[in-house]
Design a protein around this ligand. Structure first.
Ligand code: OAD
Length: 231
């Protein structure tokens, strides 16, 4: 029974209507990283950073999981081996599709975190600098998002899964952000079969043995059907 590890990025949610980061018109073109996605940006202008994530949290209300999210949830439910889903996405579309073995390595829009006491709680629709932590009451609340320069979440679950992977699949990610961009090479070196499912070749395409290019809704559905049929 095969251990399958899947890494998803913004491309899997594109057909649900959420913007990617680096495509033309993507989020980082409209909101420079250094203004909204670093601890320094938050220290300098917390209102602007909250506004950016409040807007993105609000966008979640108008989108639904697409065929790719649903296919991955079906794979987890029906595959006889293990399926570990690692997402760089901060949306909740994998959960809403039914995936449970899920690691949000870059955090989640629906989470809030206290910088003082590390307490976590469900984020309200709107967060602002004056908010207080429900546990220690400090005015040091922030979105539970991993910003550039911070350590991604879940290494204690991700690393053993990568080391035991028979198949590693990256879906809808451009391969620009580490450590996620190094996972394919790591798994390939340990003998896993590596597959890239993306709209176009990713930056680290040479780390994959198999490449399929097209929209995630089509590619993921097809690949999941093949796996479940034992092809
Ligand atoms: P990117 O915006 O860098 O890449 C999205 C990828 O999805 C691109 O390679 C697109 O070609 C592809 N894509 C677009 N539409 C697609 C579709 N319908 N089907 C399949 N693929 C499609 O997003 P990520 O790689 O996820 O981190 O970015 C990684 C991290 O960089 C994010 O988690 C975020 C960002 O900075 C933080 O904020 C820490």
């Amino acid at each position: 029974m095969q251990n399958i590890v899947i890494l998803t990025g913004a491309g899997i949610s594109a057909e649900s209507g959420l913007s990617t980061f680096r495509d033309a018109g993507g989020l980082w073109e409209r909101y420079p990283i250094e203004d909204v996605a670093t601890p320094e940006a938050f220290a300098r202008n917390p209102d602007l950073v909250h506004e950016f994530y409040n807007l993105r949290r609000a966008n979640l209300a108008s989108v639904t999981p697409n065929a790719a999210h649903l296919a991955l949830a079906r794979l987890e439910a029906e595959h006889p081996g293990t399926v570990t889903l690692i997402t760089q996405n901060v949306d909740d579309l994998h959960e809403r599709a039914g995936s449970t073995a899920l690691v949000h390595m870059h955090g989640a829009l629906k989470g809030a975190l206290c910088h003082t006491c590390d307490h976590r709680w469900p984020a309200p629709d709107q967060m602002w600098p004056k908010d207080t932590c429900p546990s220690c009451h400090a005015q040091t609340t922030r979105p539970d998002i991993v910003w550039f320069g911070e350590v991604p979440y879940g290494a204690e679950r991700i690393d053993p899964a990568l080391n035991a992977a028979d198949v590693f699949v990256a879906i809808g990610t451009s391969g620009n952000v580490y450590p996620a961009a190094a996972y394919a090479q790591h798994c390939a070196r340990l003998g896993a079969h590596t597959i890239e499912l993306n709209l176009e070749p990713s930056t680290n395409q040479r780390d994959f043995a198999e490449h399929r290019y097209g929209p995630a809704s089509k590619l993921v559905l097809q690949w999941v059907e093949e796996v479940l049929a034992g092809v």
